[in-house]
Every structure is written in C-alpha cells, then in structure tokens.
Design a protein around this ligand. Structure first.
Ligand code: NAD
Ligand code: TDX
Length: 340
C-alpha cells in the first residue's frame, strides 16, 4: 500500500501518521502538507527517520504538483485530512476555506481518478449536518441526516463531501466518507476550545467562553478517531458514509469545569463570558451505530482519563505551544477576541 496522507502536519493527520508508524503497518506513507499556520513539522519530528515515511511540502490545490506526486509515488490509497479547519477563522474570512476544502478536494479526486486508486477516504465532520435541538436528547446525527451546514467552514466541508459522493456515482470511484465529532488530544492547535483553554490557564490568562456556554459537542479522543479512519479505509464499503463519535456529549461549561479542576483554577477568576460566535450551532451528537455494527469499531478511551492525558501533554510540551502562540497567532487572537 502506498498511502497519501494530506494535512499530515496538522492535529489529526500527524496523530494518524504516528499511529501507522507505531503499529508497524507495512505501508509506504507519503505525508503531504502545505504548512499553513496550522501545519507544524514539529508534529512529525520524531517520525521523520522512519524509512516508510516521506514528507512533502505542497498545496493540494496545485494540480501539476499533485498529478506528479501520484505518479512518482504510485499512490494506491488516499486519506484526505488537509483543510482549513477553524470555524471562527471561516467567519473572519471564508476564501481560503473554499479554495482548500472545495477546490483542493476536486484536485485530489481528479488525481485519484486518473491513477485508479484503490481507496480514497474523505475525512469530514459532523458539522455538515448543522445543529440539533437541545430539548430532544434522543435525536442524533445519522448518516441519513440531511446536510445543513451553518458556517462557511461546514459549508465548504459539505461541498467537498458532495464532490466525493458525485465521483462515486458518476465515475464509480472507490470513495469513503467519515464524519466525526470534536476531537481532543496531543498536537491540537491552541485556537480550538480545549488546547486554547489549557494553555491560556498555563499563561495565567482567562478563558473566553462564548455566549451562555451551554452549546453541546460530542468529544472523541484523537487516537480513537485515527483508529476509526483506519478501520473504514480497510473494511468500509465504497460509496458509504460512516459517522464517528465518542458518545460523550458535554456542554462547553462542563468542559471548562473539568479543565479548571484539572488545572487547579477557579471559575470566578479564570472564566470570562464573551460575545457568542455568530451562527453558533447549539448541539452536535453522533449516532455511531453503523460503524459499530458493520465494522466493529468503538471508542477505547474514556473522557475522564483521556482529558487528563491531554492536559499532561500540554504541561510537558510548553515549548511546542509557546512557539505557536506568537507572531501570526497573536494577530489572530486580537482580531478574534478583542472587544468581545
Ligand atoms: P488542522 O487545522 O490541525 O490541520 C489541517 C492541516 O492541513 C494543516 O497541517 C495544514 O497545514 C494543512 N493544509 C491546509 N491547507 C492545505 C492545502 N491547501 N494543501 C495541503 N495542506 C493543507 O485540522 P485537524 O483538526 O487536524 O482536522 C483535519 C481534518 O479533520 C479536517 O478535514 C477537518 O475538517 C476534519 N475534522 C476535524 C475535527 C476536529 O475536531 N479537529 C473533527 C472532525 C473532522
Ligand atoms: O474561545 C472559544 N470559546 C468557546 O466557547 C472557542 C475557540 C470555542 N468555544 C466554543 C465554540 C464551540 O461550541 O467551544 C466549542 C468548540 O469550539 P471549537 O474548538 O472551535 O470547535 P468546533 O467549532 O466545535 O469545531 C471543531 O469540531 C468539528 C473543529 O474545529 C472542526 O474542525 C471540526 O470539524
């Protein structure tokens, strides 16, 4: 297997490559990344010496570069993580989201088609389904839930998913789509809720909680997501969508309480309620019955332990996140949070 992993220097992509290398999978891994603000070679540093791994810097929107890459490395499998991934940034400026998440997906699909790849897996998100009512806890997203994206980010991901679907129906390409809930764990970029809150508290800063803090997300440890993707790549049925979730719905307030408890901080001095995210989806919840019944996948990590492992990782890797929280990041932080 010659597997192309796009977005390999990002949060989930780097955890996925680490899992493949760690498990001793007999695959040649081509790790591709543009190294945008979110891509970080430090995420792969300890793996670079592995003879199975080749890292390439490049843009998935660059047709010529991608066509050459597929031919030269005889790509047989694609796991497509590369994306602009932060909802708040898509509200500040949506252009890069359309470019990478839509056009980039089309370029990859065309290269995969031209090279008759055996499997193409699109890593998508539960956000394409929109939002759920909070007063009906039994209602969850299934694979049949209609797409109803509410942010420029989720709209661009839904557009990518629609293209993938169309290449199955029109060209009979062996594609798979996974839609996962919120991940947490090591190497998570500190603009997202959990790593932002943990690192702000370590810096002695307050944590900005949007709106009333009662929005609900379903949290899954990143290693469980990577394992699910590998399961779908190996055993999934082409043309199908598989939802992936942690069965772990928590309000942002609850997440904040757990993080404060683990960090030894108290609510009144550490939490600042700030203006809500425009169009903020109220609740996400995944019905992951299909992947369990058809492919036998279930999460292995429990939130109570895995959040401790995650916080311990940030405490042990101050150099990693302090290097990120400077320069461009500070400009973004100012644009996003000043005056909220
Ligand atoms: P991330 O922002 O940490 O990583 C994205 C990576 O893609 C970065 O390394 C970036 O440099 C790279 N990239 C961006 N544009 C590129 C381009 N044009 N060409 C090549 N590389 C490019 O994101 P993540 O959290 O690791 O998310 C990975 C994927 O998983 C995304 O597709 C996202 O939509 C999806 N997803 C994420 C979550 C989550 O909770 N983080 C949940 C469900 C689905
Ligand atoms: O400062 C903050 N304060 C706050 O209250 C931030 C950054 C977030 N929040 C809230 C908004 C959400 O309700 O926390 C929740 C989680 O926010 P994010 O970490 O930004 O994640 P979310 O918007 O839910 O999207 C994530 O999960 C699905 C990923 O970023 C997406 O890439 C993935 O598709």
């Amino acid at each position: 297997m010659n597997i192309l992993v796009t977005g390999a220097a990002g949060f989930i992509g780097s955890n996925f490559v680490r899992m493949l290398v760690g498990r001793g999978e007999q695959a040649k891994i081509v790790a591709l990344d543009k190294l945008t603000y979110a891509g970080n070679l430090a995420n792969l540093q300890d793996l670079m010496k592995d003879p199975r791994l080749t890292f390439l810097r490049g843009d998935i929107c660059d047709e010529q570069f991608i066509a050459k890459l597929f031919k030269e490395h005889r790509i047989t499998h694609v796991v497509h993580f590369a994306a602009e991934s932060h909802v708040d940034r898509s509200i500040l400026s949506s252009g890069p989201f359309i470019q990478t998440n839509v056009v980039g997906t089309q370029v990859l699909l065309d290269a995969a088609k031209a090279n008759s790849v055996e499997r193409y897996l699109q890593v998508s998100t539960d956000e394409v389904y929109g939002t759920l009512p909070e007063d009906q806890p039994d209602v969850k997203f299934t694979e049949e839930t209609p797409l109803a994206p509410n942010s420029p980010y989720s709209a661009s991901k839904a557009a990518g998913d629609c293209l993938v679907r169309s290449y199955f129906h029109t060209f009979h390409m062996p594609v798979l789509i996974t839609r996962c809930s919120n991940n947490y764990g090591p190497y998570h970029f500190p603009e997202k809720l959990i790593p932002l809150f943990v690192t702000n508290l370590m810096e002695g800063k307050k944590v900005p909680l949007y709106g009333d803090g009662l929005n609900v997300r379903d949290w899954l440890y990143v290693e469980d997501h990577c394992d699910a993707i590998w399961t779908v790549l190996k055993k999934g049925k082409p043309g199908e969508v598989y939802n992936i979730g942690g069965n772990n719905e928590l309000t942002n307030r609850r997440i904040t309480e757990v993080v404060l408890r683990e960090m030894g901080k108290d609510w009144d001095t550490s939490v600042q309620y700030v203006k809500d995210r425009p169009g903020h989806d109220r609740r996400y919840a995944i019905d992951a019955g299909k992947i369990k019944q058809e492919l036998g996948w279930e999460p292995r990590h429990r939130f109570e332990e895995a959040i401790k492992t995650t916080i311990a990782w940030y405490k042990a890797h101050e150099d990693w996140w302090r290097a990120i929280k400077s320069g461009e990041y500070l400009k973004y932080y100012q644009a996003q949070y000043a005056g909220r």
